[in-house]
Design a protein around this ligand. Sequence first.
Ligand code: DP6
Length: 361
Amino acid sequence: MTEKDFLPGAYQKMPENGKVTWKAPSNIALVKYWGKRPVQIPANPSISFTLDACATTTSVTFEKKEKNDGFSFDLIFEGKQKADFKPKIQTFLERVEMYLPFLKAYHFTIETSNSFPHSSGIASSASGMAALSLCLMDIEKELNSSMDEALFHAKASYLARLGSGSACRSIKGDLVQWGAHKNIPNSSDLYGMEYPFKVNPVFKSYCDTILLVHKGQKKVSSTVGHQLMHGHPYAENRFEQAFSNLDKLKPILANGDLEEFIKLVESEALTLHAMMMTSMPYFMLMKPDTLEIINKIWEYREATKTPVCFTLDAGANVHLLYPSSDKEKVQIFIKDELAEHCENGQYIHDQVGSGAIKIND
Ligand code: DP6
């Protein structure tokens, strides 16, 4: 599919009002997206596990306006008007308007809430932009009922990407790949898709415990971090490495080779942070407790031979990944050894999920 496929034809009807609700999950990348060019085109392909418990639920109520002038919307976050989120939504609506030409015909009330604690340091932009895009697509489907499922999901992902890159991996599927790769059929820079190759059952129920090391605002946003990859001395090598890591993952995911999985995933996480530390200006998002946790994971893995590993996103929190068959003992290890490194001892047990769902009001 190309950009043109996402431009709709004439709408069959324009209802006066209505309401739609979607719940979209967060995701955690195994091969990381870091670096992009306009508009929201990734410098390299990435792949992520879709999460289950960490999610955003968004309702969009729409009502026909008298005049088609400008965007009109209210934003309610966890029950309260949230003016500081509005500019991000405004930019998003401007970017997607040509693909959703009904946007100026309605006033929207967007009500959104997260399942995870507010300012936990968990990025809500992926789940938030995915949930909003799905709501807008659902409205479009009411205007054009002939749209098929494949187009619905690809376009929802396409729109979500324009809100936040990683959001395009939070629409459908347990393992989602985004970014054109010559060895992955139908892969695209424009939207995410379900990983098309064989995946060993061990990964279908993989666990992810998010250790909340630092819940405050990050010093450097992802948006700024991505920009610092322009002119970065190691950028080209890093992008090539990501392409090659996707090739390497194919047999690992098919065979359930946990030893190789661990090497690749941890290397990706540390490379992401190495790119931050070697940017100009350089910065660091890991905290001392991030490193304490990583060292304890390595010691525990060595001593018990349990295949636990970590990954990181653009922050200090640690995602601990492990097979569900090791859940009981790993969760004791977390409680006894790792919780003390988390802010207020907080962590969230999550696992691989299957994507966004529509909520019927
Ligand atoms: C480190 O998707 O948050 O989590 O496109 O600017 O919104 P924007 O960036 P964002 O970047 C995510 C970066 C990452 C890696 C990943 O999820 O692949």
